[in-house]
Write a protein that binds this ligand. Structure first.
Ligand SMILES: [Zn+2]
Ligand SMILES: [Zn+2]
Ligand SMILES: [Zn+2]
Ligand SMILES: [Zn+2]
Ligand SMILES: [Zn+2]
Ligand SMILES: [Zn+2]
Ligand SMILES: [Zn+2]
Ligand SMILES: [Zn+2]
Length: 388
């Protein structure tokens, strides 16, 4: 429907008009450690007053059932307008969310109970990441902001109250409570610290348990590309010996959770490393039957970066970091070692050498790599292995 045929809601102002005449304030601030002058305007009123000009005529519009609007991106927050009612400014020639127009200038949010949030406009905020949806707000938009804490909440999320309590007995036996203060407390599941409100924190104070909201629902059993067996999430366990992470090779702090082999190999990963996109697809496999190849060991982990690989069963092979030798070829994929990547190399004097990633490939994937008709003589070890 043509927005201009709609009823004009004359008591409300277009969001642009709300800040245009406001005075600019300045405050020294930092973005990623870099100092800058934070220029902002305090958005005071949403209604017509004696200072308002008549340029921005705002119309209240409603979509008919099934009707699509031509421009469906809000001029303030640049997000899609999904609701049936919205506003249209004839001067800006674009639509606005109801929330973006009707936002009060001060907002008391349960996401940030310590201070009331102020509706600001700025070209660049010290923190433009909405604490609720984790999305970055566009430049030059109205945003709820705490100038004391650099806490940001976008106007749309301000209307969706957060869950103050979450009960997920699998993650923790007690109800978890929202912990609103900016802190340097590490999450007990991923071991990471976020001191910039980038991830909401929940806690059980009885048990001294802290967890990011995003970590509450992490999978319990996953398949990773670097180990033959599935890995299961294991909470902090002081009686366990700490292992090196199979991805970043740093020691895993036993104070936090980790993913470790379900078949009892001494093999574990940091939660954050195990869920990297190049390591696992993050799919929950708890209760799912194992694929047959997952039972087939292609190598045995001997610890300290040493494995016994079926492609070279006579000797153990050891991890070497930053290997570069264009004249040598990986026995699995046949590619030379151009980059300074990690390799597994025979600990005796044989020439057997594999890319680290090729050594971990499960047998099924190794079959896929292998083209039998034009076998390269250097691939003979794998050829033999695959035709056993
Ligand atoms: Zn909007
Ligand atoms: Zn306008
Ligand atoms: Zn948001
Ligand atoms: Zn605050
Ligand atoms: Zn976490
Ligand atoms: Zn508890
Ligand atoms: Zn790691
Ligand atoms: Zn294992």
């Amino acid at each position: 429907m043509d927005p201009l045929n709609q009823v004009r809601s004359c008591h409300l102002l277009c969001p642009k008009e709300r800040y245009e005449k406001e005075k600019e304030h300045t405050k020294p601030a930092k973005i990623s450690g870099q100092s800058f002058q934070f220029n902002y305007r305090i958005v005071k009123t949403s209604c017509f007053n004696e200072n308002s000009n008549n340029l921005h005529s705002l119309f209240h519009c409603s979509k008919k059932e099934g009707e699509e609007i031509f421009y469906d991106t809000c001029e303030n927050c640049h997000m899609k307008i999904e609701t049936d009612t919205y506003y249209f400014c004839s001067y800006c020639n674009g639509p606005y969310h109801k929330e973006c127009v009707e936002s009060p200038s001060i907002y008391h949010s349960s996401d940030h109970p310590k201070h009331p949030l102020q509706l600001l406009w700025s070209e660049q905020y010290p923190n433009s990441r909405c604490c609720s949806c984790q999305g970055y707000c566009p430049f030059s938009c109205l945003l709820y902001y705490c100038l004391v804490c650099d806490f940001a909440l976008d106007v749309i999320c301000s209307r969706k109250p957060i869950s103050l309590k979450i009960y997920n007995p699998k993650r923790h036996k007690h109800t978890l409570h929202y912990f609103p203060r900016k802190s340097t407390l590490a999450c007990d599941v991923c071991g990471l610290v976020d001191d910039d409100y980038s991830h909401l924190l929940y806690t059980c104070l009885l048990c001294d348990f802290f967890v990011h909201k995003r970590c509450i629902d992490l999978p319990y059993v996953i398949k990773v590309s670097r180990h033959n067996h599935r890995l299961a999430f294991t909470p902090s366990n002081p009686f366990k010996e700490s292992a090196d992470c199979g991805v970043c090779y740093q020691k895993i702090d036993i104070n936090y959770g980790e993913y470790s082999c379900v078949k009892g190999c001494i093999y574990a990963m940091h939660s954050r490393c195990a869920l990297r996109r190049d390591v696992s697809d993050g799919k929950e496999l708890e209760g799912e039957p194992e694929e047959t190849y997952e039972n087939t060991k292609i190598f045995e982990d001997k610890g300290d970066g040493v494995i016994l690989h079926q492609g070279h069963p006579c000797h153990q092979i050891k991890l070497e970091k930053q290997f570069h030798d264009e004249n040598k070829h990986c026995q699995a994929c046949m590619l030379p070692f151009y980059g300074d990547g990690n390799v597994y190399r025979c600990m005796q004097s044989c020439d057997f050498i594999l890319h680290e990633s090729c050594a971990y490939l499960p047998r099924v994937k190794q079959f896929m790599l292998h083209a039998c008709s034009s076998i390269d003589p250097r691939a003979r070890v794998y050829h033999k292995l695959l035709h056993v």
